[in-house]
Design a protein around this ligand. Structure first.
Ligand SMILES: *[C@@H]1O[C@H](CO)[C@@H](O)[C@H](O)[C@H]1NC(C)=O
Ligand SMILES: *[C@@H]1O[C@H](CO)[C@@H](O)[C@H](O)[C@H]1NC(C)=O
Ligand SMILES: *[C@@H]1O[C@H](CO)[C@@H](O)[C@H](O)[C@H]1NC(C)=O
Length: 341
């Protein structure tokens, strides 16, 4: 029984009942206000009840999720351990990108990191720090995506296509530049399916395109890519989140979809972002650090990565640098520290 129900059951007298009704009204009002706030970024996928259970929410893997997570014995055609990052329209790599690429180097130990880019300042500090680990893949969007540019697609929307094209062409692991990889991805590389994705919300209604693991020529990725051909640019949210979910139901034999914990927990809600970035007291920080150590550097054993949700947490993320991560006790900083040299 929830605490609210317990309270309501105990309230017997009429006067108290009136108070309770007022309380419920205020609660509902509060929830709808927070909901309105969340709808700015796919709020329809979030549920205030789970919102409050960041640590306790029971994400028992489904049978399929567990099978996908465990993978199969190494076979003759593993997904290559190549990590793809996309960095378009900005010559200056920033600290957050440095941090995410460092996390991939440390956690995934890739054979190669492909940095797909349109222009780069090769004397940028962060670029120089990473230089030896990067394989540069220049792109000319005018040549590769003329139709989309003509239709005035934004760069971030073109990036939705480029990631699918990169996996289709070469295979590997695509990561957004706000994804902190927290463990090796080896368990996914011998997947029985040619594509592995993760649920993005507690109800498993959304599948994210922020992390995509796939074999070259995956039919699932190709179908997903083809579905963009007739897309008007205003429908992108649907294609990034709801469409892969729909495709994963229609073509269940071609894709593995992991539990929300694997790639997307905590979520992008205001509450969860605050949970990750608020300053902790000394005892809270110690407690959290212990928990993370217990889980080998993660919040849960079956968490593969932390998605930083830069769409909604840009103010929190863009303020970070090495000094702040080492100095300030926040959950995000405690997770990220081990990736700094
Ligand atoms: C490239 O980065 C260096 C180092 O930060 C900076 O001094 C230089 O002005 C940048 N070049 C351009 C063309 O912006
Ligand atoms: C896109 O539209 C064209 C012309 O209307 C159609 O022939 C094609 O099958 C469509 N492609 C997809 C992937 O829906
Ligand atoms: C680009 O994608 C975003 C969601 O990621 C969407 O809200 C926006 O409408 C799209 N814009 C264009 C011009 O494609």
């Amino acid at each position: 029984m929830s605490r609210l129900t317990q309270c309501l059951v105990q309230v017997r007298t009429k006067a108290f009942a009136k108070l309770a009704i007022a309380g419920v009204f205020l609660l509902v009002l509060g929830l709808s206000i927070s909901h309105i706030h969340n709808t700015q970024f796919l709020g329809e996928y979030l549920d205030p009840a789970e919102e409050r259970q960041i640590e306790e929410f029971d994400f028992a893997d489904t049978e399929d999720e567990k099978r996908c997570f465990d993978g199969v014995a190494p076979g003759p055609n593993p997904i290559p351990k190549i990590v793809h990052f996309i960095w378009l329209d900005n010559p200056e790599l920033n600290f957050m990108t440095y941090l995410t690429i460092r996390s991939a180097i440390v956690s995934i130990r890739p054979e190669r990191i492909n940095l797909h880019y349109t222009s780069l300042n090769e004397t940028n500090h962060w670029f120089l720090e990473l230089r030896d680990h990067l394989y540069l893949v220049p792109h000319d969007l005018q040549k590769e995506y003329p139709k989309q540019l003509e239709e005035k697609w934004e760069t971030k929307n073109i990036s939705d296509l480029l990631r699918l094209d990169a996996i289709d062409k070469e295979g590997g692991i695509y990561l957004d530049t706000d994804v902190i990889a927290l463990r090796p991805f080896d368990n996914l590389l011998n997947s029985r399916t040619d594509a592995v994705l993760g649920h993005a919300d507690a109800h498993r209604n959304a599948v994210s395109n922020s992390i995509i693991v796939g074999r070259r020529g995956s039919s699932f990725i190709q179908r997903w890519r083809a579905s963009y051909e007739n897309l008007s640019s205003s429908e992108d949210d649907h294609h990034a989140i709801a469409l892969p979910k729909k495709l994963s139901l229609d073509y269940a034999d071609d894709v593995c979809v992991l539990s929300p914990i694997a790639f997307s927990w905590p979520t992008w809600s205001e509450n969860h972002i605050k949970y990750m970035h608020q300053r902790l007291s000394k005892p809270e920080a110690k407690d959290f650090a212990k928990k993370v150590m217990w889980h080998n550097g993660r919040l849960r054993q079956n968490q593969m990565a932390y998605h930083g949700w830069s769409q909604v947490a840009s103010s929190q993320l863009s303020g970070l640098d090495e000094k702040i991560i080492m100095r300030d006790e926040t959950r995000f900083n405690i997770l990220a520290r081990r990736f700094l040299l």
